[in-house]
Design a protein around this ligand. Structure first.
Ligand code: GSH
Length: 216
């Protein structure tokens, strides 16, 4: 397998973490691209992904792009039933939360952290306070849902970690940084769950240290 990936991407982190968790990382040829230098535009990435985006995984004759279905494919291929259950109820829960995080929860986080971390870090202009305010309102709306869901659960699907946690928690490192200005303080169940996630070996192995150090 060949993985096109990038250091500073929560979408890449979740796929790399699944590869670590499944013990597959050593089987992968890793092509780490510097997005800011435009390496994704000049590499052969577009032959595998017409969008020219990472993560992209080439597995045999399959070109896998979009992080969440790529994660599910890897789990199913590995037969990782506990980490990515295949019964209809669990599969609905996994897909429901993956859709939710992409459309709502992590979308709000991505909008805030783009303004507060990514733009300053890479000299892309001043943060837009109006966009931060609008995205923060959305964050509160959906963080409340997540906080309630985690009230009686250690992980997204219950008592043990699943691929769903890697998807919904994809931005954990950015959110936990004070520079992010993501208004997380009131959501103590979410904070505790992020800490449990960060303690997972596969998640820790993929921490975006360079970005976090640069933002400090
Ligand atoms: N929905 C896609 C998002 C992929 C994406 O936007 N990747 C970013 C890095 S996080 C990227 O490749 N950006 C470079 C570009 O868009 O030119 C996924 O889940 O994989």
């Amino acid at each position: 397998m060949k993985l096109y990936t990038a250091d500073i991407s929560p979408n890449c982190r979740r796929v790399e973490a699944v590869l670590h968790h499944l013990g597959l990382y050593d089987e992968v040829e890793v092509c780490r691209l510097n997005l800011l230098a435009g390496e994704h535009l000049s590499s052969d990435l577009s032959t595998s992904n017409p969008n020219g985006k990472v993560p992209t995984l080439v597995a045999g004759d399959m070109n896998l792009w979009e992080a969440n279905p790529t994660m599910i494919y890897l789990c199913d291929r590995a037969g990782a039933e506990g980490f990515c259950p295949t019964d209809a109820k669990s599969r609905f829960e996994i897909l429901r939360w993956m859709s939710w995080e992409a459309q709502h929860y992590n979308r709000a986080i991505a909008e805030i952290t783009w303004e507060t971390m990514v733009k300053p870090l890479f000299g892309l202009g001043d943060p837009d306070e109006t966009r931060i305010e609008t995205a923060s309102q959305n964050f509160h709306r959906f963080a409340g849902v997540l906080n309630s869901h985690l009230e009686e659960r250690a992980y997204m699907l219950g008592g043990s970690i699943t691929v769903t946690d890697f998807a919904v928690g994809a931005f954990s490192a950015l959110v936990s940084s004070p520079q992010s200005r993501v208004p997380l303080d009131d959501y103590t169940n979410v904070t505790a769950w992020y800490q449990r996630l960060e303690a997972m070996p596969a998640w820790a192995a993929t921490a975006p240290t360079r970005l976090m150090e640069a933002a400090e």
